[in-house]
Design a protein around this ligand. Sequence first.
Ligand code: F1P
Length: 351
Amino acid sequence: MDAPRETLQEILMQTQAWAEAIHIMNDRQALIRDLDWGVYDQVLFIGCGSTYYLSLSAATLFQSLTGKISRGFPSSELLFNPSSVYPGNKGQTLLVAISRSGLTTETLQAVQNFKLDKKGTILTISNYEDSPLVKMGELNFIIPTGKEQSVAQTKSFASMYVACTAFSAIASNNLSILDNLMKLIPVGERILNDYEGLMGETGKNHDFQRFFFLGSGIQYGLACEASLKMKEMSLTVSEPFHFMEFRHGPISMVDEKTMVVGLLSDQQREYEQAVLLDVKKHGGHTLTLGESKADIEFDSGLPEMTRGVLYLPALQLLAYHRAVSFNLNPDQPRNLSAVVELEFSDPTNKK
Ligand code: F1P
């Protein structure tokens, strides 16, 4: 089978979508600053699948930069377990609904209920104009260059992640992040260029039968997304964990057929590398990503909270090359459609 091209092209061309996301957020800075920030008790980021994992990372980033309580949830939790999401009946929430398509039923239903219950303000981040989600949003950030032919999200995810980074920087008035975002573009292009070979070799190595992706802080949601790519595209057994959690059970799975990918931070690197050393002691293999002294080095000179997106391109290439090496079509993962649309009976019967 010829190597399918759509996913690869989308991965390789993604920095155009990053740049568009930065421009769109920059142009609309005033709308973000003008939000009545004092009234919100919390900020919720929601999505499904990839966009749920994006929500986890975005919420961590947002809270770290703004100091405002911020959490990421699967959209379905707002429907099925609202009491675990909303602290009480009082207080307003800023809801950031993230969806590539703007069509996913659980996200639409969660946003609709939020609106009917007057829980606060709805902000959306997506890639398609005029979607039902965008129609419900009070503030919409649409990055059209993130649109994809492929089912698995790659450049769309990265474009919306960059938008979340800019959103958090604007909300916290962190100009050092905002002014540096465009510097991500050449770094992303260099990573794609320099590490495709290594990702191809690692992906094609069928001695590795299971993968683990470790990340803490903002890297945790990104580790989840990298693990999902591995599952969707290459049907490989793969799981994400926080670094220090790995010793508490999952390490039992490590043997010479195991590859553990570490999304290294700057601050806690010593602890993270100690976990990877334990993996090696048990016969496992490791691959690291980080600003410096890693197998995949960003060498960006950018602050840590600015550069989360840099973990994505190499790990997307890893999943892509592994899929192709198994003769699978990464453009069209097994059993998966681009959007999950459900005949849905709302558990709260609000409609
Ligand atoms: C969410 C999503 C994707 C997944 C698959 C099914 O879509 O779960 O993350 O890869 O395509 O849908 P969306 O709400 O972000 O459009």
